[in-house]
Design a protein around this ligand. Structure first.
Ligand code: F0G
Length: 482
């Protein structure tokens, strides 16, 4: 009997949830294959398309494959069960991903679940950021509060569990730092070996230190993220390695669960907008898949609009939409200080485009200065995040200014990484050493004042009480004037 002590309901659900029923469906040509038949690069052999994981009850995000309603699970029973599992002491129930396992039946043997108790992340309100953006109600779902401090953990628990069940000993990824940290941790938990390919000198130290700490074989390539992906894609054809980049559709099954958790935290009230950063462009589509499935189950009656924000220097999706209406990807040579999203040739751009179209959201781009300001504003609320996550607030300001997000519309930012992931960036910002003089010269007086009000550089003083007293006195006077 399961620890939540309700055997009849559990058995009923187990019958509806036949675990061996998932398939992979090519997003381009629609071909379906058994999960176990997929090739090592997770691409359709006919058209090179990426795959979605589908179930007998699921609807496809672009709606072209109606699911069989007769196979739909009982939504209210699931809602109850997901809450009940929070009180259980089983590792898979304590996980904010596997708590929802009924909607991701991708492994047969529950013993193969590899978990660090990911998910169950907080939802914070950001009243000051809301005021700055010009709206009444702003929340942040902080995925940086996961075990390795980024949203990647929710995907890694899913894909690593599949890798373990399929008998892989080695897993590998190319990464701007967070995927590698998460993969290394979950592989270590499973007693598996991991290989990380990262662009030399282009990832934050905190992330690099994580993959070493968790025992990965860490290879720094003299190229960018896109170059790392190319090398790894060649290698997985030659070795028995499971590829754990986000082309692996099992990752996205885990990454869709924050959508369920968010709705649960909002008591199943649907926000009008969800705003995510865009890099390799998988997360936006994972969340869209989650909302679509929950909608299809009848637990919500409309979808939130998902908007994707890119850095100006790494804006292939933005350019693709602006310049050719989304027909052909326009890859770019990526360059941004938000190193997590320094990606010029995103693998999942078609899935991201689908997420925008099916939910009615937008793609925006934001400048380096706008990112830095937004990051400081989120930090000043006591929440904090890494630079790539801060694009969400910077993008929201633009969407509000363009009238795409209304003052009374409820908006949720997905903060993807913890502030400690890239402390160099934060320290440089506060010491006013992040930007060049030429970059600073482009700011208006008002923008300079906004930055100056947020900067909190450390002050070095003699250890003399009177000296410190005078310094504090001047700060307290200043604070009274504000
Ligand atoms: N935010 C952070 C903190 C990230 O690390 C990433 C991606 C993104 C946003 C973008 O998500 O790729 O799904 O659009 N980081 C990857 C990595 C690529 O290797 O860690 P996406």
């Amino acid at each position: 009997m399961p620890p939540w002590g309700c055997k009849p309901l559990y058995d009923t659900l187990a019958e509806t949830m036949n675990v061996a029923t998932h398939e992979l469906r090519c997003i381009d040509c629609g071909a379906r294959i058994a999960g176990s038949a997929v090739n090592s690069i997770f691409r359709c052999p006919t058209c090179n398309g990426l795959y979605d994981v589908i179930y007998p009850w699921s609807s496809i995000p672009n709606g072209d494959t109606p699911a069989s309603d007769s196979k739909l699970p009982n939504a209210s029973a699931l809602r109850w069960l997901w809450q009940e599992r929070r009180t259980s002491s089983l590792p898979e129930d304590q996980s904010g991903v596997w708590r929802f396992r009924d909607l991701l039946p991708i492994i047969d043997d529950p013993e193969k679940v590899v978990t660090l108790r990911e998910g169950n992340t907080p939802l914070y309100d950001l009243p000051r950021c809301a005021r700055i953006a010009g709206i009444d109600w702003l929340l942040a779902k902080h995925q940086g509060m996961n075990p390795t401090s980024s949203f990647k953990d929710t995907g890694m628990t899913a894909a690593l569990s599949v890798a373990q069940e399929r008998g892989f000993e080695w897993v590998a990824c190319a990464s701007t730092g967070n995927t590698s940290a998460a993969m290394a941790a979950y592989a270590a938990r499973a007693g598996m070996r991991s290989i990380v390919f990262i662009p030399e000198g282009k990832i934050a130290w905190g992330k690099l230190s994580q993959s070493m700490d968790y025992g990965a074989l860490t290879i720094q390539l003299k190229t960018d993220f896109d170059g790392c992906v190319n090398v790894l894609t060649d290698l997985v054809n030659r070795f028995p390695i499971m590829l754990l980049n986000s082309v692996n559709p099992y990752r996205l099954e885990g990454q869709k669960t924050p959508a369920f958790e968010l709705l649960e935290q909002l008591e199943w009230q649907v926000p009008e907008h969800v705003i995510v950063p865009g890099g390799n462009l998988a997360n936006s589509s994972a969340l869209a898949k989650g909302f679509t499935e929950i909608h299809h189950l009848g637990l919500i009656h409309r979808m939130p609009k998902i908007s994707i924000i890119q850095a100006e220097g790494a804006n292939p999706l933005y350019r693709t939409i602006e310049e050719n209406g989304g027909k052909e990807l326009i890859p770019v040579k990526a360059n941004t200080r938000a190193s997590a999203i320094r990606i010029g040739n995103p693998a999942s751009w078609k899935k991201a485009l689908r997420a925008l179209r099916t939910t009615g959201g937008w793609c925006e781009q934001v400048s380096e200065q706008e990112i830095a300001l937004a990051k400081a504003e989120i930090g000043a609320e006591g929440v904090g995040c890494e630079p790539a996550s801060a694009v969400t607030l910077a993008g929201l300001k633009k969407l509000v200014a363009q009238g795409k997000v209304g003052r009374e519309e409820r908006t949720v930012l997905i903060l993807t990484g913890h502030t400690l992931k890239d402390s160099d960036y934060t320290i440089n910002y506060h010491r006013d050493e992040l930007f060049t003089d030429a970059e600073n010269a482009q700011l208006s007086a008002a923008e300079k004042a906004e930055h100056a009000a947020l900067r909190k550089p450390p002050i070095v003083l003699e250890a003399d009480t009177n000296v410190v007293y005078r310094e504090l006195e001047s700060h307290m006077k200043l604070a009274q004037q504000v």
